[in-house]
Design a protein around this ligand. Structure first.
Ligand SMILES: Cc1cc2nc3c(=O)[nH]c(=O)nc-3n(C[C@H](O)[C@H](O)[C@H](O)COP(=O)(O)O)c2cc1C
Length: 178
């Protein structure tokens, strides 16, 4: 698949088959993360790769909504950012997360971003705290998101090119002529 097709066809996948991801593919996914651009090349990220079903199920409970898909994923990559390394650790970590998602699509796998930063369990416990505790993550490494990955168990249609919101694109200057 060329890149044009890849970005056109990629959709968030939240249902997966039971098939495991090959170790070669896991390596390719993590290579994509480690090849990511980062501010001043500081690479203010680290990753925890999870395949254990019990841990995936526990991660799916880290926040109130939107993490269920992790229960059925073959693999989760917990994306951590280090604020002591860079003031733009959120951007660094987010770009690495997207690189993993694009590589997943390239390998024919499905993926979905699970937001952890600024999300809560029972409306009060930061989801980040739950993830840190479960995986023994040191306090200075904040979880930005978890990417759930697996073989696609659902078909999600590509977005129609005709439905793209071109009106939010501004040419040359923000203010358009009346
Ligand atoms: C920053 C960010 C946070 C997201 N958080 C979640 C989430 O917690 N749970 C979830 O199921 N999907 C989450 N998503 C996936 C979005 O819902 C999805 O990308 C959006 O609906 C567009 O659909 P598409 O990815 O199929 O194009 C998130 C995506 C982004 C970029």
């Amino acid at each position: 698949m060329d890149f044009k097709d890849l970005i056109q066809k990629r959709r968030s996948i939240r249902k997966f088959t039971d098939e495991q991801i090959s170790q070669d593919d896991v390596v390719e996914l993590m290579k994509a993360a480690l090849l990511s651009p980062s501010s001043m090349g500081k690479q203010a990220w680290e990753f925890v790769v999870i395949e254990d079903k019990d841990t995936l199920a526990k991660l799916s409970q880290c926040k109130d909504h939107g993490a269920d898909l992790l229960k059925g994923a073959a693999l989760a990559v917990v994306v951590l950012g280090d604020s002591s390394v860079s003031d733009v650790w959120i951007e660094d970590a987010s770009i690495a997360a997207l690189m993993i998602q694009l590589q997943a699509e390239n390998l024919g796998l499905g993926s979905c971003w699970v937001q952890v930063r600024n999300r809560y369990k029972d409306n009060e416990i930061p989801a980040n705290n739950n993830v840190q505790e479960l995986l023994n993550i040191p306090e200075h490494m904040q979880c930005v998101c978890i990417i759930g990955i697996g073989h696609k168990g659902q078909k999600v249609n590509p977005k129609e090119e005709g439905s793209l919101p071109w009106e939010i694109l501004h040419i040359g200057t923000y203010k358009s002529e009346e």
